[in-house]
Write a protein that binds this ligand. Structure first.
Ligand SMILES: CC(C)(COP(=O)(O)OP(=O)(O)OC[C@H]1O[C@@H](n2cnc3c(N)ncnc32)[C@H](O)[C@@H]1OP(=O)(O)O)[C@@H](O)C(=O)NCCC(=O)NCCS
Length: 422
């Protein structure tokens, strides 16, 4: 465990200290809120997963919490401790408080039987030092109104309905479609609690930035069944040439290509708008493949989930693999030494769906690949290649061809991504 400065200590944070906890994050993230907004936006973590560092005066100096996520990983899902609400007061920074909290987070997560941790990073530089690897990307696109999509049979028969978001009316529909659309995609964490299902739909006026209330467009087949939805708001604006409004899309999911086509055809042709600003999309999202002219789109690729293997053999055996492999990984792990050393990953028989399970055991055999747990975390969801990481000097190939073999096994045909920041 990393030492704290004298007189500082780690403490659990009961809900009775909620205001103190939130105040640390307000100072750390420089945001303000109002009682009206707080009343609408639920806290999504459980208080028994919140921790803080208290200074010598008994005041909270740094805080964090975590979510008990079930993380979809290639071919399976696994218990995941989702780190969140991390903040150190600006006047208490760089004294090792985050480092001490991370060590405690790892110990507590392992104690709960969570073999991996994951997070969204506020800044890219923060978490690599703790063994988190950037494991997924998302792409945000700006698309001009009227951008054409390739035809998809069946799209024209679908209809779109528009409504203002109402949590009690829409939460079940959104949850059902979100689960269905993300089935089989690593990283696509679902909203498994009522507070989360509410949180993704709330729309306090303070968040609107001059835009309209949050709307929902739903796509339906002839029987009325919903197949897709988009949560969005338009923001009015006028330019010399006329209307120049923007459609800000919070989330857009569809269960098949026809519904995707219908949904985006609607979003891309709203009167008085000039631009659609997309939500976080997987890099292989269907709408990106349907664009007639992808060059007309301004894409921005961001790091999405970061993954940290806490219990390496359980984590590696807890996912499946896209190709056979028998490979010895020599792993360094400065914070969790039980993960360090050589591990043999051997895939078993090909399953009916084409994927391979694997056994992971300690070995004294020579290493095929040498790498840090950070790079293994980066590859874990199937979105990063060991060959690419070796070319970048981040992974060391000891046996010629081993990076290729391991990449073929770890890479997954569906790009990983989570649709919402937690
Ligand atoms: C990020 C943050 C929590 C770090 O807290 P902290 O208590 O100062 O972190 P520590 O003192 O334990 O720092 C550990 C190391 O990380 C480095 N580090 C931490 N945050 C960093 C940052 N934003 N940029 C560069 N380096 C950073 C420190 O320099 C230190 O390096 P060292 O070990 O080589 O000296 C704090 O700066 C903060 O609250 N920032 C604003 C909110 C935020 O970004 N939270 C993260 C949400 S995902």
């Amino acid at each position: 465990m990393s030492p704290l400065p004298d007189s500082y200590r780690l403490v659990d944070v009961p809900e009775t200290r909620k205001d103190e906890f939130l105040e640390v994050d307000r100072l750390a993230f420089a945001f303000d809120t109002t009682p009206e907004t707080d009343a609408l936006v639920p806290i999504t973590f459980e208080w028994d997963r919140a921790q803080a560092v208290e200074d010598g005066d008994g005041a909270l100096a740094a805080v964090h919490a975590s979510y008990a996520h079930t993380m979809p990983v290639p071919g399976a899902s696994i218990a995941c401790s989702g780190l969140t609400w991390v903040g150190t007061r600006p006047d208490q920074r760089r004294r090792g408080l985050l480092t001490a909290m991370i060590d405690s987070h790892f110990t507590r997560s392992l104690g709960r039987g969570e073999p991996i941790s994951a997070l969204f990073a506020a800044e890219h530089v923060i978490y690599g030092r703790y063994g988190y690897g950037s494991a997924a990307d998302d792409v945000r696109v700006k698309i001009a109104r009227g951008a054409a999509l390739r035809d998809v049979p069946g799209s024209a028969e679908l209809t779109v309905r528009l409504a203002t978001v109402d949590v009690s009316r829409h939460s079940a529909l959104v949850d059902r479609l979100h689960r269905a659309a993300g089935a089989g995609r690593p990283g696509w964490t679902t909203r498994d609690s009522e507070v989360w299902r509410t949180r993704v739909l709330v729309d306090p006026p303070a968040w609107r930035d001059g835009g309209e209330p949050l709307r929902i467009a739903t796509v339906h087949d002839a029987s009325g069944e919903a197949l897709a939805y988009a949560l969005f708001r338009r923001k009015e604006s006028w330019a010399e040439g006329g209307p120049a409004g923007t459609v800000h899309v919070r989330e857009a999911v569809a269960i098949d290509a026809a519904a995707t086509h219908r949904l985006w055809s609607f979003l891309l042709d709203l009167d008085l708008t000039a631009t659609v600003e997309g939500p976080m999309l997987p890099v292989d999202d269907t709408v990106l493949l349907l664009l007639e002219n992808p060059r007309a789109v301004v894409p921005k690729v961001n790091d999405n989930l970061w993954v940290r293997l806490l219990d390496l053999p359980v984590a590696l055996a807890g996912r499946r693999y896209a190709a056979p492999a028998d490979v010895v990984l020599e792993v360094t792990d400065a914070r969790l030494p039980d993960n360090a050393g050589r591990w043999r990953l051997t895939t078993g028989d090909r399953q009916a769906d084409g994927a391979y399970p694997a056994q992971v055991t300690r070995t004294q055999d020579p290493a095929d690949l040498r790498l840090d747990v950070r790079e293994l975390g980066a590859a874990y969801l199937g979105g990063r290649s060991f060959v690419a990481q070796a070319r970048a000097g981040l992974v060391h190939e000891k046996t010629p061809g081993a990076a290729h073999t391991a990449s073929a096994a770890f890479l997954w045909p569906v790009a990983p991504m989570c649709t919402y920041v937690w």
